[in-house]
Design a protein around this ligand. Structure first.
Ligand code: AMP
Length: 299
């Protein structure tokens, strides 16, 4: 089964205390799609400008990502730049240039509309809703978000939450959305907004899944060196959805293992600038690291 992924397709300029890289391939849909592609065929929905390098399109193709839903229009590709502090956790957005995103309306090709697994990766909730409106009875829909949308598009986000199965957000976003510092209580409040599955990401401290009155806590894979954490959250959720779409059995019986596979892909993402490390992962390396993850977390 394939996974439909909508999100941002971007050029990212990233600055860390040690290095600086301009205009790398980025965006939530790029990270999530590459991560999901390790498990399943991906159908991507997004927009880029005519300045988007052909090499980036080649990279999508190398990962067998279906690009029928990627619009290439006249104008500039969405550009985001950010700078990390010494701890490599705190990040400051330096600039966001919307470019072709400003007038983007996602249109789903007919071949996309019956996808069973849908990931609404980080993008304006109005656009996430528009994609959902075009789907025909998807089996499992997960949405991701960011603080910006809580600040400027909360009504749309609340509308979206009533229509998704799962919601992924980070710790500070969960606290902002619910006005609740304690994450267990925050998750309970988010369930009341609609989603059956709530996943709260805690960066280098892993993630918490809350579902059906039960919790699952997944630490992040311990890394000795973080080169660039950009896109780790997107790789996490992309990997999780890719895994779920091909695993046999129910969502409930596969979700924990899906989260672990997502966590491992997120760890690879942090080991290189942009998508560099993630695109080099092999299935053998992925399986090895999943086993290593199991051994460092087993009691
Ligand atoms: P993450 O590190 O998981 O928060 O995701 C980083 C990615 O988010 C980068 O590749 C950016 O291009 C993308 N991004 C930044 N701002 C936005 C935005 N306003 N809408 C959609 N994607 C964004």
């Amino acid at each position: 089964m394939s996974v439909l992924i909508v999100g941002s397709t971007a050029l990212d300029s990233i600055k860390t205390p040690r290095q600086q890289h301009p205009r790398l391939l980025g965006g939530s849909a790029s990270y999530a799609s590459v991560a999901a592609s390790f498990f399943a065929p991906v159908k991507m929905v997004g927009v880029v400008g005519n300045d988007f390098p052909a090499a980036h399109l080649q990279l999508y193709k190398k990962h067998k990502i279906d690009l029928e839903g990627l619009q290439i229009v006249s104008g500039k590709t969405f550009h985001w730049s950010g700078e990390y502090e010494l701890n490599m956790n705190n990040r400051r957005t330096l600039a966001t240039e919307l470019g072709v995103f400003e007038s983007f309306t996602p249109h789903l090709p007919v071949s996309y509309q019956k996808s069973a697994f849908v990931l609404l990766a980080n993008i304006a909730p109005g656009l996430q809703l528009h994609v959902l409106d075009q789907m025909r009875k998807p089996k499992f829909v997960v949405a991701d978000t960011m603080d910006l949308w809580l600040n400027i598009a909360l009504p749309d986000l609340l509308k979206l939450l009533k229509r998704v199965d799962g919601f992924v957000l980070n710790e500070s976003e969960a606290q902002q959305l619910t006005q609740e510092q304690n994450l267990i209580r925050a998750a309970k409040k988010i369930h009341q907004l609609g989603p059956k599955y709530v996943i709260i990401k805690k960066g280098e401290h892993g993630a918490i899944l809350s579902a059906k009155g039960k919790l699952f806590v997944a630490p992040a894979f311990p890394l000795e060196k973080v080169v660039d954490p950009t896109g780790a959250g997107d790789s996490f959720v992309g990997g999780m959805m890719g895994y779920l779409s091909t695993a046999s059995g129910s969502i409930d019986s596969n979700l924990r293992r899906a989260i672990i596979n997502g966590s491992v892909l997120a760890s690879y993402c942090c080991e290189g600038f942009g998508l560099k490390a993630l695109t080099r992962v092999t299935s053998a390396a992925l399986n090895r690291r999943v086993k290593e993850y199991e051994s460092v977390t087993r009691l």
